[in-house]
Design a protein around this ligand. Sequence first.
Ligand code: FMN
Length: 173
Amino acid sequence: MKPTPINEEIVLDPKRYIVSETDEHGKITFCNDYFIEICGYSKEELLGHAHNIIRHPDMPKVVFKLLWETISQGKNINAVIKNMAKDGRYYWVFTEFESRRDADTGKIIGYTASRKTISKHVTEIVSNLYAKLLEIEKKDGLEASQTYLFNFLKEKGDDINFQNFMENIHKFY
Ligand SMILES: Cc1cc2nc3c(=O)[nH]c(=O)nc-3n(C[C@H](O)[C@H](O)[C@H](O)COP(=O)(O)O)c2cc1C
């Protein structure tokens, strides 16, 4: 059973990274000690389970759609994500996703995510954008929310896509 979200933030140590690895389907195969400490689930509850175990209901679907479209092509991406701990509290992270390939075949065998804390200012802006995307998704569906996001990015510049927007998010604000 998913926990009930509570409006209380977990403050992260800016010096520590929250790291996890998954197989090619997004099932968790590794998490570091800080990951376990922050999310509050045990290693047994995490390993072998889908990564959406820490998904926060405030996250719009479109972010994960674009994330998977990018990483499954073997491209790296950064994304600002709000996660939910086992006790329902939340934590915002700047996440760097990388794919891992088989050395012989070049086939993607899994993904690695490395997370760190992000400034309050960026969090506020991203949370407003995500709230808008979620509202659109609930009302008009995923396609409408993607259209809104792409228009939002276009306003930032003709060469701005989700990937480089997330990469350069500090520069935009
Ligand atoms: C390496 C890796 C790390 C991920 N980390 C997170 C994460 O921290 N939080 C999260 O909500 N989803 C994360 N995801 C995305 C999940 O796989 C999933 O797409 C997302 O939680 C949405 O799940 P849902 O479509 O079942 O609702 C990660 C995926 C990968 C491949």
